[in-house]
Design a protein around this ligand. Structure first.
Ligand SMILES: NC(=O)c1ccc[n+]([C@@H]2O[C@H](COP(=O)([O-])OP(=O)(O)OC[C@H]3O[C@@H](n4cnc5c(N)ncnc54)[C@H](OP(=O)(O)O)[C@@H]3O)[C@@H](O)[C@H]2O)c1
Length: 303
């Protein structure tokens, strides 16, 4: 008997831990789905998933990963591309292989490069999901960015207390602006590729911020269980989700069973349910979107 030909190819980052690990289990369980995961070696993945080495802290690794995906797929296009990996540090002291601030490099630049390298290999009517965060939005988070200065994010002039969470929030604004830029590309419009920016909301039980000191992690857990719980009574965005529920919605968004209304790209998990709000004003700025796109291209070495 001839083997069943996979009908759907999914390529994903950030599938080895946290909410991404839950999402990929759900995606891989779909019949006729071939899953390729970019990972730096840790974590467990579904048994049938193919793993290709990927360290988002290095452009060389991103390029090698994209080449390997294209080689491994042959003629088969990518139906769904999920860019979910992310890091959050306490400060902005760490640098990527190319010398960029690590959070900006991993969360934004590496994914920007990856999507530009893989976009030509996506299927018509494909789906492209980038995980962002409501921390990008000043209406939700006091530390959210009020300006978009790519050069400052790439090489911050100041570090110290609070710089890590601010860099994280800015990198998540970059994810949203990149999704906005992709959604209006001719190539994407003509080929009817759907672009979605997904916010899982405050999610417990993941390992985000694992590089922080123990004291910091204990403090953050305390915040989540006390202050955020009280704030959540008035502001539903602060009601904490679980890694299982956030992963389930990421999978549903990737598989297209949950989709934003026509003309919108932002899906935000609030109190366990998908919502489709406007992202922040800055995330809707064409000027910020186009500037980030142009300056990111130079930083990653593309036109
Ligand atoms: N948790 C929240 O409250 C929350 C809220 C809003 C948005 N988010 C977003 O949701 C996404 C997933 O976060 P999470 O909370 O599930 O965090 P997590 O448990 O720490 O998972 C992060 C994932 O990213 C991968 N990753 C990190 N650095 C990498 C690198 N240099 N190269 C390749 N892969 C790398 C990790 O791989 P390893 O297994 O190798 O470490 C892991 O698979 C992130 O984009 C995050 O910004 C989370």
């Amino acid at each position: 008997m001839e083997p069943i030909k996979p009908q759907r190819v999914v390529v994903m980052t950030g599938a080895t831990a946290g909410l991404g690990a839950h999402a990929v289990s759900r995606i891989a369980a779909q019949l006729g789905t071939r899953v390729i995961i970019g990972a730096r070696g840790s974590g467990t993945v579904p048994p049938d998933a193919e793993v290709i080495p990927l360290d988002l802290a290095s452009f060389a690794s991103v390029r090698a990963f994209a080449d390997a995906v294209v080689r491994q797929l042959g003629d088969a296009p990518i139906d769904i591309l999920v860019l979910n990996a992310g890091v959050q540090s306490a400060t902005t002291d760490k640098r990527s292989a190319e010398g960029y601030e690590l959070t900006f490099a991993v969360n934004h630049l590496a994914h920007y490069l990856l999507v530009r390298l893989l976009l030509p290999y996506m299927a018509d009517h494909g789906r492209l999901v980038i995980t962002t965060s409501s921390t990008h939005d000043p209406a939700n988070t006091p530390i959210a960015p009020k300006t978009m200065e790519p050069q400052e994010l790439a090489r911050p002039s100041a570090s110290g207390f609070g710089s890590g969470v601010r860099a994280y929030a800015s990198s998540k604004l970059c994810n949203l602006l990149t999704a906005q830029a992709l959604a209006v590309l001719d190539e994407v419009l003509v080929r009817r590729i759907s672009v979605i920016a997904f916010n899982p909301g405050l999610t417990g039980g993941t390992s985000l911020g694992r590089d922080s000191s123990r004291a910091r992690r204990v403090f953050f857990t305390f915040l989540m269980r006390t202050v955020f719980r009280v704030v959540g009574l008035f502001k539903p965005e602060y009601v904490m989700s679980t890694a299982e529920r956030s992963g389930e919605l990421l999978a549903d968004v990737a598989l297209g069973t949950v989709a934003p209304p026509p003309g919108r790209i932002y899906v935000s998990l609030v109190k366990g349910e998908p919502t489709f709000p406007d992202p922040s004003e800055l995330a809707r700025s064409r000027n910020a979107r186009d500037r980030l796109w142009r300056e990111s291209a130079v930083m990653v070495g593309l036109d």
